[in-house]
Design a protein around this ligand. Structure first.
Ligand SMILES: Cc1cc2nc3c(=O)[nH]c(=O)nc-3n(C[C@H](O)[C@H](O)[C@H](O)COP(=O)(O)O)c2cc1C
Length: 407
C-alpha cells in the first residue's frame, strides 16, 4: 500500500488519505503559493457566483457507461471522490428522461432511485471538500427506438437522422450493441415546453441529490444543439428556421426555466461552437448565431458558460479571434475545454478569454491531476480501451502519483 511522502508539495494530510481497497485515494486542499513548484494561475481559488472553488481546474463531463440500470452507485461515488481535488467536477452526461437517453448504462436523474444514487456521489465529493455540478443531458436524435418507450422514434428539431452516428442500444436479437441511430421525429411546438419541464425536474432532482449546481448540455450535437444548428433546424414554427432568435429559443427557455427553479448562480451551460460531432454541419451565419447567443446569455448571470473546443476530435480549433469576440460580449465566467495542458490553460486564463480550464481525458488516468500539474509530476497515459463500460478497471483503479518509483 502506497503512502504520501511528507515532502510532497501539496496540502495532502494524513486525514485526507483514504484507503479505498486497491489503491490510496488522496485529495488536495487548496495549494498555497509558497508551496507550489509552478506559479500557474490555474491553482488560484475562484469565486463561482458565491461558490468557492479551490482552484481553476475543472473535471470535464465524461460518460463512462458503468451505471447498471441507469443508477449511479458506490463505485461512481469512489470514482468522483478520487477526483475531488478538481476545483469543480462536472459529472458525466445524465439523462433527464427516458426519451433523453442514447446509450445503455448511462446514469439518469429522473427517478427517486437515481437521485439516491447521485446523493452518494455528492456526499463523497463534499466530504473531500470538492464541488460538483451534474450535466443534464437530452440526446435528441442520437438515440435508438430500442431505448425509447414503446419503441417510439427518438425526437429532434426535424426528422433527419444523424449521418454516421451510433447509439449504444439493442440489436435485432435484443442483445446490447452499437447500432446506427434511428430516424427521429420532430418535436411538436407544444411538446417543447414538456421537454423544458423535464430539464427543470432533473435540475430540482439534482439539487435534492446535493449537487452544487447543474450544467445543461447544449453541446456536441445533442438535442439543444439540434435546435441551434442552422443547417439542420429548418422548422417553420417559433423554434426554428433562418431567424437566429427562433433557433435560440429552446435553449434560452430551458436556461430560464431551470434558473427560475434552482437559481441562475447554480445553472451552467455547455456549448460547442463550430462543433461538427454528430453531423452538425456548417451554415451561413454560424458565428452570428453563437455571438447572438453569447449576448443573450450575458444578461442571465449564470454560474458559467462552458465552451467545448472539439479540435481533439477532428474539427478545427476555435480561433483566438472568436474566443476574444465571445469574451467581449460575455462578461461572466467562461470555462474552456478541449486538449488543454498546464501551459495552454494558463495562457487562456492570462489572456482573459477563460476563467476556468476543463480537463477531460487526463482526469481519467490521473485522479490526482491537480497535484500532478501543480508539482510538475508526470501524467499517467490515457487508456481508451476502458473509456466506456466495464467495472473498476480503468475507472477507479488508477493510482495517485507514486513517489517511491520516481527519480
Ligand atoms: C470518454 C469520454 C466521454 C465524454 N463524455 C462527455 C459527456 O458526457 N458530456 C460532454 O459534454 N462531453 C463529453 N466528453 C468530452 C469531454 O468533456 C471533453 O470536452 C473532451 O474530452 C476534450 O477535453 P480533453 O482534451 O481534456 O479530453 C467526453 C470525452 C471523453 C473522452
Amino acid at each position: 500500500m502506497k503512502s504520501f511522502p511528507t515532502s510532497l508539495l501539496t496540502e495532502h494530510r494524513r486525514s485526507d488519505v483514504r484507503d479505498s481497497g486497491a489503491i490510496r485515494v488522496g485529495v488536495a486542499r487548496q495549494i498555497p503559493h509558497s508551496r507550489r513548484t509552478t506559479m500557474s494561475r490555474l491553482f488560484d481559488g475562484y469565486d463561482l457566483s458565491g461558490l468557492s472553488l479551490r482552484n481553476r481546474v475543472v473535471m470535464a463531463p465524461m460518460t463512462r457507461s458503468r451505471a447498471a440500470n441507469g443508477v449511479a452507485d458506490s463505485e461512481t461515488a469512489l470514482y468522483y471522490r478520487q477526483r475531488a481535488g478538481a476545483g469543480l467536477i462536472v459529472t458525466e452526461g445524465s439523462q433527464i428522461s427516458v426519451e433523453g437517453r442514447g446509450y445503455l448504462l448511462t446514469p439518469g436523474i429522473h427517478t427517486p432511485e437515481q437521485v439516491e444514487g447521485w446523493a452518494k456521489v455528492t456526499r463523497a465529493v463534499h466530504e473531500e471538500g470538492g464541488r460538483i455540478f451534474i450535466q443534464l443531458w437530452h440526446v435528441g436524435r442520437i438515440s435508438h427506438t430500442t431505448l425509447q418507450t414503446n419503441a417510439e422514434s427518438p425526437v429532434s428539431s426535424v426528422d433527419r437522422p444523424a449521418v454516421g452516428s451510433t447509439a449504444r442500444a439493442y440489436d435485432a436479437a435484443g442483445s446490447p450493441a452499437t447500432v446506427h441511430v434511428s430516424r427521429p421525429r420532430a418535436l411538436t411546438t407544444f411538446e417543447i415546453s414538456r421537454v423544458v419541464k423535464d430539464f427543470v425536474r432533473a435540475a430540482t432532482n439534482a439539487i435534492a441529490a446535493g449537487f452544487d449546481g447543474v450544467e445543461i448540455h447544449g453541446a456536441n450535437g445533442y438535442l439543444l444543439e439540434q435546435f441551434l444548428n442552422g443547417a439542420l433546424n429548418t422548422r417553420v414554427d417559433r423554434y426554428g428556421g433562418v431567424r437566429i432568435e427562433n433557433r435560440l429559443r429552446f435553449v434560452l427557455e430551458t436556461i430560464d426555466a431551470v434558473a427560475d427553479a434552482i437559481g441562475a448562480a447554480k445553472t451552467g451551460l455547455r456549448l460547442s461552437p463550430f462543433g461538427r460531432i454528430h453531423d452538425m454541419q456548417a451554415y451561413a451565419g454560424e458565428e452570428e448565431t453563437w455571438l447572438t447567443l453569447a449576448a443573450q446569455l450575458a444578461a442571465r448571470k449564470l454560474a458559467y458558460v462552458h465552451l467545448n473546443d472539439q479540435h481533439p476530435f477532428g474539427p478545427p480549433a476555435l480561433s483566438a479571434n472568436f474566443l476574444r469576440k465571445w469574451r467581449d460580449v460575455y462578461p461572466g465566467t467562461i470555462v474552456l475545454a478541449g486538449g488543454f495542458d498546464l501551459h495552454k490553460g494558463d495562457q487562456m486564463i492570462s489572456s482573459g478569454v477563460a476563467d476556468l480550464i476543463a480537463f477531460g481525458r487526463p482526469f481519467i488516468s490521473n485522479p490526482d491531476l491537480v497535484q500532478r500539474l501543480a508539482n510538475g509530476l508526470a501524467l499517467a497515459p490515457i487508456d481508451r480501451s476502458n473509456f466506456y463500460g466495464g467495472g473498476p478497471k480503468g475507472y477507479t483503479d488508477y493510482p495517485v502519483f507514486d513517489h517511491s518509483t520516481s527519480t
